[in-house]
Design a protein around this ligand. Sequence first.
Ligand SMILES: [Zn+2]
Length: 330
Amino acid sequence: MSNPHAIGIDLGGTNVRCAVVDAKGQILHRVEQPTEADRGPNRVIAAIADQVAETIAAAGLNRTDVVGIGLGAPGPLSQRHGLIYNSVHLPGWNNVQIRAELARRTGLDTLLENDANAAAFGEYWAGAGAGGEGDLVMFTLGTGVGGGVIVAGRPLHGHYENAGELGHLVVEVNGHPCECGQRGCLEQYASATNLVRRAREAMQAGRESALKSTGSTLAELTCERIVEAVRDGDPLATEVWDEACRYLAVACVLIQHAFNPARVVFGGGMSQAGPLLIDRIVGHFNDMRWHLMDDFPRITLSALGTDAGVVGAAALVLRQAPGELAISNC
Ligand SMILES: [Zn+2]
């Protein structure tokens, strides 16, 4: 196959994105459809198999033109065993053998990867890190904070396959309780959800802010509205936004010392704030980094945006050495 193609899938709690990707990281065609996870794993996997067939046909290809499927899914999961243990994004899914089932339904070898690792690999291969500069760590900032770590050209899984849960790095001792059972997790300070929570709590405690007079109730406050208010110079919005950026800079320092990567990338919905996000993170990072060596990562925005997951999942398949993709039904 002179120009091999692979399918990349990004299975999210709301939507499933599916794309045909070539060896240069270009998307030939993509199809997005609602996940409807509450229908249960069997019906969702059957729908994904149909989506794969539709995407291949729409790209003008045959199944034999495709090397395999890379499937990025929310964890915790076992990449090794092709198994989703359970996920807050897929309610009611427990110990689902998704890799074997998708391979059986499509007839294509399938690889399972944590969705944040897949997105990080997409950035490493065809996005912000595509210059070939080396190890890369990615944060995805949305409802929660996800993380992916690429070391020596591969996603880092760790002994228990849970490496890269960067949203649960503790950045504040005895801090806000997290759903995971720890306190002071990064996610409690730097996710879109918690940014809204912190602004709302401050206003309920009596702080004045332009966020109160937007015609919507406090319950309808969004991260996008907070970003607008930061641009307008609202002191409270600026304070909570800056606090989130400061905690993200703390995480960058931890990442620098743990992995010493060439680059740290920020993606996800909150990264649409652009320089407002990245310049503040870099500013705080420069204030708190050490002075013993100049071994600092480049801290940048995602280059692939919402395509990072599908491109990375497909790339993981395309980058397998011939014969290594024996992963369909084990
Ligand atoms: Zn946590």
